[in-house]
Ligand binder design. Structure first.
Ligand SMILES: [Zn+2]
Ligand SMILES: [Zn+2]
Length: 309
């Protein structure tokens, strides 16, 4: 059904009308303008605290939900909690879990190659950060990339109507605290969340060190790991993407993993996948763990599936 619009070069590519492009750009720009205006419209401690809480809650939904669960199936959970992860994830305004997982699985299959839609190596840092989103050329996805998720009707529903939670958040904010609450709860929190999570597509392939000689440009960066609840250990992740844990060693802080462990202790999630002993040893005894130069080609074959299945 979606293939009719697809580019022959990059599966899933669609060309939007000028009106659709302007609406997309307008919504993105308006959220940024709202974030900038927030301190001048109202500055209440409650709104700031809720904006910060929404940032961390939704960052977890992106990192543990969209990324580690839906894209990589790195742990198991119930169908109800799976839907909760998906629903909260949609409030991040990064489309639905099916689109997100499909695009991300392609990123791992084609890492930094011509078919990777957000590679700094291919089209520069700005394009990898936001350009590919604003271009509207990658708004669709191939369901065959997410067959394991597509079979759930509730995931198809929430992916199709992914703006429901966003509208709900904005309406609740307005009813509770008027315009200042909308600007803080949604605009400030979402702009921070966007650029925090976008750094993993852009800066995490440019800035940091390479503990593992993977076939891409991925880096480990502790600053990005703090901002993104552990996603900044991106070179680790490209080496062993099936793992629910991205900070492989005790000193690599990975807040998403700690929360997942807490959720596992009360039975909400289970079967968290861990890096193998061989991978851990490989990273510990790498000849040049602080190497920031050009990536070398690993002798490790590229995994056939982003989910490791
Ligand atoms: Zn990557
Ligand atoms: Zn990944």
């Amino acid at each position: 059904m979606m293939r009719a619009h697809m580019s022959p070069s990059i599966p899933g590519t669609v060309i939007r009308s000028p009106l659709e492009r302007w609406l997309n750009l307008g919504g993105f720009a308006a959220t940024h303008v709202g974030a900038c205006l927030a301190p001048f419209v109202g500055f209440r401690a409650r709104d700031v605290a809720i904006a910060i809480a929404l940032y961390w809650l939704r960052m977890f939904a992106v990192t543990a939900g969209y990324h580690r669960y839906f894209s990589h199936r790195s742990f198991k959970t119930s169908r109800v909690f799976q839907f909760i992860l998906a629903f909260v994830g949609t409030s991040c305004t990064q489309k639905g879990p099916l689109w997100w997982a499909a695009i991300h699985r392609r990123h791992h299959r084609e890492s930094d190659g011509p078919l990777d839609v957000h590679s700094p190596r291919q089209r520069g840092l700005f394009y990898s950060h936001v350009g590919w989103i604003l271009e509207c050329a990658h708004d669709d996805y191939d369901p065959s990339d997410v067959k394991d998720l597509y079979r759930y009707p509730e995931l198809r529903f929430i992916s199709r109507f992914h703006m429901l939670s966003v509208v709900l958040l904005i309406v609740v904010a307005f009813l509770v605290g008027g315009l200042p609450a909308v600007l803080w709860w949604y605009c400030v929190s979402t702009v921070a969340l966007w650029h925090g999570s976008f750094t993993i597509n852009s800066l995490s392939h440019v800035w940091g060190h390479r503990r593992f000689a993977t076939r891409d440009d991925s880096r480990n960066n502790w600053v990005l790991a703090l901002v993104t609840m552990g996603e900044g250990w991106h070179n680790n992740h490209h080496r062993f993407m099936q793992s629910a844990r991205q900070g492989f060693y005790w000193w690599q802080v990975d807040a998403s993993y700690y929360v997942l462990r807490a959720l596992a202790s009360i039975g909400l999630v289970w079967d968290l996948r861990e890096p193998t002993a061989r991978v851990l040893a490989e990273g510990l005894y790498a000849p040049s763990p602080w190497n920031t130069g050009s990536p070398s080609v690993s002798s490790t074959p590229r995994p056939s599936s982003p989910t490791g299945s």
